[in-house]
Design a binder for this molecule. Sequence first.
Ligand code: HEM
Length: 413
Amino acid sequence: MSVSEAGRLLATPAAYTDDRRLHEALALLRRQSPVHWVDVPGYTPFWAITRHADVLAIERDHALWLSAPRPVLRAAALDAELETRRARSAGLRTLVHMDDPEHHALRAVGADWFRPKAMRALQARAGELARRHVDRMAAYDGRCDFVRQVAAHYPLYVILSLLGLPESDFPRMLRLTQELFGQDDAETGRGGTPQDHTSVLEDFLAYFRDLTAERRARPTGDLASQIANARLDGAPLDDNVAASYYVLIATAGHDTTSSTIAGGLEALIRHPDQLRRLRADPGLLPSAAEEMIRWVSPVKEFMRTASADTHVGGTPIRKGESVLLSYPSANRDEQVFADPFRFDVARDPNRHLAFGSGVHYCLGAALARMEIRALFAELLPRLAEVELDGEPAWTATTFVGGLKRLPIRYTLT
Ligand code: HEM
């Protein structure tokens, strides 16, 4: 594969369905062109950043590197459509689209709900939901698609419980999240046009606008009520910003963690020595969860745009040009990780960047860690045997995703 082919893969959703080829391309870029200009039809050109040190330096300099106006990679036509909507205050406007000072103030609205102290309070509920989902596996008679029947539901239940939504609405949220992140995948998306994508957003925003009105009228002490009744500079949040806040939490808090849980189980199945080691020593669960997050890196990229002429690793970058931060690449960087392609449940140190860094550092990192540990703490002691029962399949996406099918055969005690 040539370096330019490797670069093009970063703007090719289908490339993310073939882990081996993707990592071959990323390793080539790290070695030969770590700051690489990608110009492919249908996309505004960008610089692909593949080394850990460069990703970290960019994330930490949030005065130079802005999230607006291009926080993630999308086809140019969709970007234009979303920008028009945002300008009319009708589109999604979340923390990931904003820079300080606006970002800082809005992040503070929900931040307390995601601190370790709040997570300890949620732990019992997560444990109960983990048990419920493992019990469901027991009912499937030794075979299931672990993604569709377990991993896709559990984190959604946790995050929607935190938001305070009724369980009867969970299936609808699941479908919308999958349609949103799986937009480039023929099986999960609604279709390939910008209108197909924005129709999913409209459904999301409509649901959450109603929720804002309801929680303003009757606050219930949940996270949704906190957002609905928050005030910035003395004024309530704009309806669209409040609705976008829920969309961000419901979506970011779901597909990421479910992909990590499914990819984590797949890694354990493919590395039986690591599975045995973890079963023998549950004290390794925290480092194993961290390794699963590094291994899967369910968020494939975020972008930043230079607010002034600058350099990255000696390459000049002009004001207004965008960089794509490749987390899967940073997390396999040979300069930082000893033997990066080894899945090691006891890896220490593990300085992965799967949650980003700096002011946009993942708001839900403590929640994700707690959920992953809770699920495996429940599953592993009961999982006497497990093996693949067919070929796994991945979602075609350049943004958030992972396995969409993981057929397994198992014995549960
Ligand atoms: C932001 C990864 C789970 C909520 C982010 C970012 C990444 C990320 C890479 C952007 C960081 C940056 O730009 O520097 C992950 C991974 C997860 C996960 C790998 C699971 C393994 C969650 C969960 C929630 C969540 C469970 C729950 C609500 C958010 C929010 C932001 C964010 C609200 C935006 C923060 C901001 O812009 O200030 N996440 N995430 N994430 N994540 Fe997560």
